[in-house]
Design a binder for this molecule. Structure first.
Ligand code: ZN
Length: 406
């Protein structure tokens, strides 16, 4: 699938080759190191369902992985980054039905907006940007394997995956079963369907409505469920286990917990060594969501004439794990900080000792708000002798281009 491009300098420093990124892992509930071996670091981030793309919540999520990758690349770690597009999904078809616009047209127009916004915000493109539709054969093969492996059962023409209570993911070990059922229902699982052996069992093969795409296979006519899509894509485009499986916090359950269980059942083994879940952005008192109508889109802010670097910096003022609420003060604060950084640091240099502090803040669970505070207090060097160009460091580590954006 066509990705996007960014245009910034990315330097690799030889000074930090013995270090690694330490990042909070949802499963172990602690900050742990990404193992540094000769192997390229494998990152899979669950991408958008293209029907309301590129609101600030999306941008905050993909920015977090951009920053993780920038830090790893800066210290010489090679990365492979896979991001998928869920271009077969219930909300997309509902949108098509309500709007009267063909679902494929919605996908195409939303992807154009998403790519343009990511590019303007200087968010690194994935190494592999992969769609479900273009990989349907692979996904259907995975479903067939799952059905043949007896890890499923059938209700009418649909297949469900049999979850196992005794191997419930550690991602949700602190959740009660009642909480999980509530969460699953909120997030699209048909927990109350008659005939299910467990309310949490996710659908693997779903009957298509008359206006939805469908595929006819030996096991019936329908379309794939959600979790199996990502497992098959991750297994094809990355090496398992992934070093990082990522997404927003709302993907912890059911998506990532169920993906983990289905991966093991398909014989792909452990899906990921670290799970990184990004905080939720709210607006006007609640998490941004279409149903509440409280979405703030990146392209709307850009159309108001706000510079992409100001938007990027406004997002970076929040720690990647934090939930936070957007309001226009964020843009005002970011503008002031941007102007200060540009005026004070634009063409200047920093010492190795200061660079050490910055890099360590990045490698310690990606503490970007502290990095920005440090830059605001930094006493720059005027000459390049033994120093590092601040502009290059900011571009490489933070993806932030100073100067030209106002
Ligand atoms: Zn996914």
């Amino acid at each position: 699938m066509k990705s996007w491009t960014v245009d910034t300098e990315n330097i690799v420093s030889k000074h930090f080759e013995t270090l690694t990124l330490n990042i909070y892992d949802t499963k172990s509930q602690k900050i742990q190191p990404i193992r540094r071996t000769d192997r390229t670091i494998q990152i899979y981030v669950c991408g958008i369902t293209p029907y309301d793309s590129a609101h600030l919540g999306h941008a905050f999520t993909y920015l977090a992985f951009d920053l993780m990758i920038r830090s790893m690349n800066f210290i010489g770690m090679k990365t492979k980054y896979v991001q998928n597009v869920t271009d077969i999904d219930d909300p997309l078809f509902e949108r098509a039905r309500k709007s009267g616009i063909n679902w494929q047209q919605i996908v195409n127009s939303q992807l154009d907006i998403y790519r343009a916004d990511m590019s303007k915000l200087n968010i690194l493109p994935p190494t592999e940007f992969v769609g479900v539709m273009e990989n349907m054969d692979l996904i259907i093969k995975g479903i067939g394997k799952s059905i043949a492996g007896k890890s499923t059962y059938k209700i009418d023409t649909e297949f469900y995956f049999k979850t196992q209570k005794n191997i419930q993911s550690k991602l949700v070990e602190n959740f009660s079963r009642e909480d999980l059922i509530v969460l699953a229902k909120e997030r699209g699982c048909d927990t109350e369907r008659a005939g299910k052996r467990d309310p949490l069992d996710p659908i693997l093969w779903k009957a298509s409505k008359a206006d939805e795409p469908s595929w006819t296979e030996s096991f019936g006519t329908g379309r794939p469920g959600w979790h199996i899509q990502c497992i098959c894509l991750a297994n094809k485009f990355a090496l398992l286990p992934l070093d990082i499986q990522g997404g927003g916090k709302d993907l912890i359950f059911p998506h990532h917990a169920m993906s983990e269980e289905q991966s093991e059942s398909l014989g792909f083994g452990e899906l990921a060594l670290n799970y990184c879940h990004v905080g939720m952005v709210s607006y006007q008192g609640s998490k941004m969501s279409k149903s509440k109508g409280n979405l703030v889109f990146v392209h709307e802010l850009l159309n108001q004439g706000i510079s992409p670097m100001i938007i990027r910096l406004a997002l970076m003022l929040h720690h990647w794990q934090d939930d936070w609420e957007y309001d226009s003060d964020n843009i005002e604060q970011s503008t002031k900080i941007y102007l200060t950084l540009s005026q004070n640091l634009g063409t200047k240099y920093m010492s190795k000792a200061d660079l050490d502090i910055i890099v360590n803040l990045c490698l310690n669970n990606l503490d970007i708000p502290k990095v920005i505070s440090f830059f605001l207090e930094l006493k720059p060097l005027a000459h390049s002798d033994d120093g590092f160009a601040i502009d290059s460091v900011l571009q490489s580590l933070l993806g932030l281009k100073l100067g030209s954006a106002i």
